[in-house]
Structures are given as structure tokens and as C-alpha cells.
Design a protein around this ligand. Structure first.
Ligand code: NCD
Length: 316
């Protein structure tokens, strides 16, 4: 794989990636996990390259792990935190693109509250663009880090049953995971109230459950999602207490899953809303901390692969 080129200029989503491309990213990331666990974490692969993290939305994990990933590969990393402006989004993004082009970047990570905004920007800039989450559309590196976490624990993705539970309709994490897991031959179950399911759910190649106990029966992986209040316009759940009662992951509901089922959550967690601390902190079953570790390695692999495609000579 080392000399292989990634046949895409940008990483905007999981949709459109084939199983070999996904496997190539995960294999490369496995190597970066080892490097990150060693004393000398630094490589000079991206020396002289500039990575900009452009975040129009809050982020802890994604931004810091892209920053670490870039620095560990030797790149110069700049973080730009911008509040989504109230002026027409298209115009703002085009102006932003002009500014970024003038800075001669090599790679740009963008997070934006509007679905499709990252793609729009990618059409206007000269560098490789990675989607760090656009609205409720996609969050490809999260799905890749989830896949790496699962693969390292279960030895495979194909043939596993993965339950994705909670606020699916607002979740870019769910959407990217559904694409990835379907592409890799895993079976996906979505669990949640009807109000939190996307309207097109019957065309997503998943099984839908509104009863969490039934949905968790015999699954290998339980992936919980945050209730995304900031994306809700109106009342989607009656009350937090009732939501936790029916759809919060606790010991009793977890007992329906396979005895060796693992627990995941992309973070940030709402403890006591979608997940009980007792299971979130269970060192035997919860992979939540490890997901963060895998995030750095996966982002190093993505930066490595995408920057192989960009020329060394800059066009002026
Ligand atoms: C997710 C996101 O921002 O989409 N978080 C993350 O990247 N770790 C999920 C969330 O915000 O709930």
C-alpha cells in the first residue's frame, strides 16, 4: 500500500468509497497506531506542508486530533475557528476560499453546520479537502475511526451486526457509518423513536427498531449517538427521563446484546440522557476512549494518502 495513490483529491464522505479504499485507509492507520504508541511519534512525511483546520462549528476531539495528526507527520498546522456568518453562505465560502488559496495550503479540514458546504468549498480551493463534519450529512473520518476500532477488536467488519442508536436523523456520524458498514458487509440496525429516524430510512439498507431491547438482541456492537439539541427545531423527544427510559443504554438493555458486545460513542456524551455512566465507563466493554486514540491514527492515514496526490511544485 505504501506507494499506492488514493484515487480521490478530497475526502468529502464515505459515500463513493469502495471496500478496497476503505481497507487501504484502515491498514495504513493500523501502522500509525503503533507509531503513536512509541516514544518517537514524529515523522517528516509532511514537512513543508501546511494544514489548516477551518471550523465553523465547535469541536474538541475532531479538531485536536487533526492538529495532532498533522503535527505528528511534520506539517505546519493552523487552526481557524470561525463563527458561521449570517451573510449568504455561498458568498462567504467563496471569499474564504480566495483567502485560503492565497495562503498556498496543502490540506484543509473543514467543519460546517450546513450539509454540502464542505463540498462547495472543495470546488473553489486548490488544496486537498477533508470533511470534518457537514451539518447532518457526513463525517467520514469518524466512521473510519469507528471502523478501525471495531476491526481491531473483532478482527473484521464483514458479517458483524452493529446497532446505531438514538438521534439518527441529525447525525452525520450515523450516515457515514451506515455507508461504511454496508460497504464492508456488516449488518446495520438503527434503533430510536420514529421522530429521530430519517424519512428515507427504508432506502438505507438497514433494519429499523423502535424497541431498543429487540434491536439490541444479539448484536456485536452498540454505537450510541448524542441527542443533538442544537440541530433540533421543535420537540423531538417528550422528556429526557422518558428518553433515557426507552432509549438510554444501561446494563439491563445491554444484556440483550451478545455477551462480548462492545460499546461505542463518538462523543461528546450526554451522560444519563443517551448513556448511563455505568456502561460508558465499563473498561471491559466500552471502547469510547480507544475511539479517540484511533481518531488520531485514522486522520494521519487520511492526510498521508491525500497529500500523495498533490504536486510538489506550487502553481502561482
Ligand atoms: C460528532 C460530531 O460532531 O458530529 N462528534 C465528533 O466528531 N466526535 C458527534 C456529535 O457531535 O454528537
Amino acid at each position: 500500500m505504501t506507494d499506492q495513490r488514493f484515487p480521490h483529491r478530497h475526502l468529502l464522505g464515505i459515500q463513493g468509497l469502495g471496500p478496497q479504499e476503505i481497507t487501504a485507509i484502515l491498514d495504513l492507520a493500523d501502522g500509525y497506531v503503533d507509531q503513536n504508541r512509541s516514544i518517537d511519534k514524529r515523522k517528516s512525511l509532511l514537512r513543508g506542508r501546511t494544514l489548516v483546520n477551518l471550523f465553523f462549528e465547535n469541536s474538541t476531539r475532531t479538531r485536536t486530533s487533526f492538529e495532532l495528526a498533522g503535527k505528528r507527520l511534520g506539517a505546519d498546522v493552523i487552526n481557524m475557528q470561525t463563527q458561521a456568518s449570517s451573510v449568504a453562505k455561498g458568498e462567504t465560502l467563496i471569499d474564504t476560499a480566495m483567502t485560503l488559496n492565497a495562503m498556498h495550503l496543502d490540506a484543509l479540514v473543514v467543519r460546517h453546520p450546513d450539509s454540502g458546504a464542505v463540498k462547495l468549498l472543495s470546488e473553489k480551493v486548490n488544496c486537498a479537502v477533508i470533511n470534518g463534519g457537514d451539518g447532518s450529512h457526513e463525517h467520514p473520518t469518524q466512521a473510519l475511526l469507528d471502523a478501525l476500532t471495531i476491526r481491531r477488536h473483532k478482527g473484521r467488519l464483514a458479517g458483524l451486526t452493529v446497532a446505531i442508536c438514538g438521534d439518527v436523523v441529525h447525525s452525520r456520524v450515523a450516515r457515514s457509518n451506515i455507508y461504511l458498514l454496508n460497504t464492508m458487509g456488516a449488518q446495520v440496525r438503527l434503533i430510536g423513536p420514529k421522530t429521530l429516524m430519517p424519512t428515507a430510512v427504508d432506502r438505507m439498507g438497514v433494519d429499523v427498531y423502535h424497541d431498543m431491547r429487540k434491536g439490541l438482541d444479539g448484536v456485536d456492537v452498540v454505537m450510541m449517538l448524542r441527542i443533538q439539541n442544537e440541530r433540533m427545531k421543535g420537540n423531538f423527544i417528550p422528556s429526557i427521563r422518558e428518553y433515557f427510559h426507552f432509549f438510554g443504554l444501561d446494563r439491563e438493555k445491554l444484556a440483550m446484546a451478545k455477551p462480548d458486545a462492545v460499546i461505542m460513542h463518538p462523543g461528546p456524551m450526554n451522560r444519563g440522557v443517551e448513556i448511563d455512566s455505568d456502561v460508558a465507563d465499563d473498561v471491559e466493554r466500552s471502547l469510547i476512549r480507544e475511539q479517540v486514540e484511533m481518531g488520531v491514527a485514522v486522520r494521519m492515514a487520511c492526510l498521508d494518502l491525500l497529500t500523495r496526490n498533490i504536486p510538489n511544485q506550487v502553481a502561482v
